[in-house]
Design a protein around this ligand. Structure first.
Ligand code: ARG
Ligand code: ZN
Ligand code: CA
Length: 243
């Protein structure tokens, strides 16, 4: 296959309260957000600065569709990043054939953590997939500044091999040529242009990229380089060719 793919999604929900037992409608809402953000049809794409319009991804040709929802009641009040939610032996839900399905777990609470993901190196392993804390999943019932379902967009970016845009270092490398180097993560709702100096060059960073740490309302694009990088894992020779 080429890089264009409609990824089958299994949503695994671990709930203690009924509020954590996310409705089917809210799951559909989150899938629709992923589809809009990856298609570049998100309404706020109009805010992409002219400086970056030439390198925006537009349609990444990656889509998502729900195949199954698994629900399980739990007495656990707090989860962490130790993958306990991904194993029935530790109170979680086992992944459904992770080489062929994108597994997404929703848990009630992870302390301050919004979500986390495995990179394509973990393709097909028992722990492969994305975890999102319920308050940040979908749109209905969520609160600003993480109320537009973009925690999932960011985490799925990781799942498809995208690094943080600042390369997790000062003026670090995210392995994508068309995202400007930046000194670190950005937070909140920055105003464009936002200048950084890396290697002696001052220019505005692409803080509105989904792979930065800004508020949901402040992130609205992937770049063409990120599209190419994520598509390459979905080709027949890519780590996620089984999806
Ligand atoms: N901190 C998380 C991570 O590094 C997710 C950040 C998501 N940001 C957002 N605006 N929803 O994977
Ligand atoms: Zn991240
Ligand atoms: Ca870059």
């Amino acid at each position: 296959a080429d890089g264009s793919v409609d990824i089958p999604v299994v949503v695994n929900i671990l709930y203690k309260s009924s509020a954590e037992n996310i409705s089917d409608a809210r799951i559909a809402e989150q899938i629709a957000i992923l589809n809009a953000d990856f298609a570049g049809t998100n309404t706020d794409a109009t805010k992409i600065p002219t400086e970056f319009s030439g390198v925006k991804a537009g349609d990444t040709q990656v889509r998502f569709h729900l195949v199954k929802t698994v629900r399980k009641a739990t007495t656990k009040t707090k989860w962490g990043t130790n993958d306990a939610m991904k194993k029935s032996s530790s109170g979680g839900i086992d992944a459904t054939s992770p080489a062929n399905y994108f597994n997404l777990w929703v848990v009630g609470n992870m302390g301050g953590i919004l979500g986390y993901a495995t990179f394509p190196e973990s393709a097909g392993l028992w722990n492969d997939g994305v975890v999102i804390a319920a308050p940040y999943f979908g749109k209905t019932g969520t609160t600003a500044p993480y109320n537009l379902g973009r925690t999932a967009t960011h985490e799925v970016g990781h799942y498809l091999n995208l690094r943080h845009i600042w390369g997790d270092a000062s003026c670090g490398n995210d392995q994508v040529a068309d995202t400007p180097t930046q000194t670190g993560a950005n937070y909140g709702k920055p105003t464009y242009p936002l200048y950084n100096t890396c290697s002696g060059t001052s220019r505005s960073v692409m803080f509105m990229n989904y792979m930065d740490y800004v508020d949901d309302a402040a992130m609205f694009m992937f770049s063409a380089g990120q599209k190419a990088r994520s598509q390459s894992v979905l080709t027949s020779s890519g780590a996620r060719s089984g999806l």
